[in-house]
Design a protein around this ligand. Sequence first.
Ligand code: AKG
Ligand code: FE2
Length: 330
Amino acid sequence: MVAAPFSPLGSLSVFDSYDETPHIGTRFPSKSVQLSRLLEAPNSDELLKDLATLVSHRGVVFFTDQDIDIEKQKELGSRLGKLAGNPATSGLHVHPVSEQTPELAADVSVISSDGGIARVGYVKSTRASNGWHADITFEPVPSDYAILKMHTLPPIGGDTLWASGYEAYDKLSPAYQRFLEGLTALHDGSGFIEYANQQGLTINEPRGSPENIGAKLQAVHPVIRTHPVTGFKTLFVNKGFTIRIVELHEEESQDVLEYLTRHVSENHDMQVRFRWSKNDVAIWDNRCTFHTATNDYSGRRQGNRVVSIGEKPYFDPTSKSRRVALELNA
Ligand SMILES: O=C(O)CCC(=O)C(=O)O
Ligand SMILES: [Fe+2]
């Protein structure tokens, strides 16, 4: 007996969609599906809660040619997190170094080839895979969802890749899984402190939660965390921000983090690559995915990103992995 394929679409099943890969990524290909309309629908709470559930299961969801403006994008960010059950104290993230511009408030990050936070630490001559990260994991209360709308794109290039933290966990041997469970890791955003110092900026605070304060930009989180929406175990260390596994000796920690970094970047069966068109929107879950930009283009590329704050990461030893819970064997 093969179990019927699990569908996390709920009320969104009335719209045409397809999965981009078995483990990560779902797309709504038609521009007739507009996020702006989901926000206004009479059953918008149901639709948005189901969207949050879908994003949490599939890691990242893509929408085509969206008319949503930045105010509505912020509303979407707030409502997704709330409907998925984040704490009352969690709101939209204020990036430690986001600059308030006349058009955009501090809770919007401009993702631009011209500079700013998306370019911090980028060195052209290093490996493309050095860019893998989950957003803002240096915060004590890190992100649940992120929404990126790209309005300016080069004719070719600039794809974004996402990888599944659920599948990253599931692909490890049971012995390695047991070794990682219960360990904790230090996440560090000091690259943004250096950037702030260079630019003469002060570190913004609070940053979307009363606990996200101070200018140190460090937090300790479980290496394997339980996702509060799906209940699945997921790998929660990333190349961008995780600097040390606390319980290990320094060199052991370096080797294990190096292994896990390669595990995510070299297993392309747990990744999806998205080629953007103008005004496409990607919504991802920072708790159970990693992502990286591709710096292979010339010309301008720019979009607006809204990141919402979730809950403090935790590990529930009784939680199951995605493959075990969904009875997937392939
Ligand atoms: O530019 C991209 O493709 C991704 C940038 C990024 O990391 C983000 O928006 O969080
Ligand atoms: Fe990011």
